[in-house]
Design a protein around this ligand. Structure first.
Ligand SMILES: C[S@@+](CC[C@H](N)C(=O)[O-])C[C@H]1O[C@@H](n2cnc3c(N)ncnc32)[C@H](O)[C@@H]1O
Length: 298
């Protein structure tokens, strides 16, 4: 079994419309990426939940997959006509059947977070069995440890969990932060996510790591206060969640915020200074970690 793949360079303004038209005309899949990805001109563009992305890559590339018997030229011509654009430049190649599982797994290697903390996929031996090892596979929920926003939180946990803390992981994704906190010695951990798939993935991952954590949708958040509250979400939800998150941190407890772009750090830090003594931000690849200690009274 084989497929045909077309790599189509296109104007970013029509990329989404063209990808949809390709699907309508018979493509099996059509993914849009930055045509300059992997070069010095690559443009990192991030969206906020619930908000349209207001920036486009300067050039887009559509990677479309077709059945082996498809007439790719005809489909691209039909899709271009539907979008009212000239036939774009494209390259076509044959993609042979491969061991996709093995190929995917090969992309996920163990990740060393710190001297003593590793994140390892289940199909790998841990490189350091004596370390604190989290077993985590890429799945439907965000959080494998490879992203700087997660790494910043894991590094904070590694340096600051001394043993016995209660932890709230708000926006838990895969549950990675709650699970890491428990593995590092926290006494209890609760995770919250708006995505039911993330709640399920977190439960599965906790079981895989033989730790007991509780995961809920926001409506079921226990009305408790914690020693540590982590929230790796994004700037916009963090702007809106300040009151709620601060209410879950005991006086003298810590807040750890991530998912904030470097240029958003000052504004977010000022918002959370309402409830916390904020520390200087820590940056990693353009992302920010903010931490603070809860005021005794507000
Ligand atoms: C960037 S992921 C972080 C996952 C994981 N905690 C980590 O550090 O890798 C953000 C998660 O927050 C969840 N989320 C976004 N907005 C939320 C909100 N308002 N309340 C709860 N969870 C939210 C998303 O569904 C997603 O799973």
């Amino acid at each position: 079994m084989a497929w045909l793949q077309a790599t189509i360079d296109t104007d970013s303004v029509v990329a989404e419309q063209l990808a949809d038209a390709l699907m309508d005309a018979g493509a099996l899949s059509a993914a849009i990426e930055d045509a300059l990805a992997g070069t010095e001109l690559e443009q990192p563009i991030f969206g906020e939940p619930g908000e349209p992305v207001d920036k486009l890559w300067s050039q887009s590339r559509i990677i479309a997959l077709f059945d082996e018997a498809a007439d790719v030229a005809l489909i691209i011509a039909a899709a271009s006509t539907q979008c009212g654009i000239a036939l774009p430049h494209y390259a076509e190649e044959r993609v042979e059947e491969q061991d996709w599982v093995r190929l995917t797994q090969a992309q996920f290697e163990p990740i060393r977070i710190s001297e003593r903390l590793w994140i390892t996929p289940t199909w790998h031996e841990s490189p350091d069995p004596a370390a604190v090892n989290l077993q985590l596979d890429p799945g439907l929920a965000f959080g494998t440890g490879s992203h700087p926003t997660t790494r910043l939180c894991l590094q904070w946990l590694d340096a600051n969990i001394k043993g016995g803390e209660s932890v709230l992981d708000y926006g838990c994704g895969s549950g990675i932060l709650a699970i890491a906190a428990l593995k590092l010695g926290a006494a209890s951990a609760v995770g919250i996510d708006i995505d039911p798939q993330a709640v399920r993935a977190s439960q599965d991952n906790a079981a895989q790591n033989q730790v007991v954590a509780r995961f809920y949708l926001p409506d079921a958040t226990p009305p408790a206060q914690y020693d540590v509250v982590l929230a790796n979400i994004l700037a916009n939800p963090l702007r809106l969640l300040g009151e709620l998150l601060s209410g879950h941190v005991r006086a003298g407890g810590k807040i750890v915020l991530s998912g904030i772009l470097q240029e958003q750090a000052e504004e977010l830090s000022a918002i959370y200074a309402t409830w916390f003594d904020m520390e200087p931000p820590v940056f990693d690849e353009g992302w920010t970690r903010l931490t603070g200690t809860r005021h005794a009274t507000v």
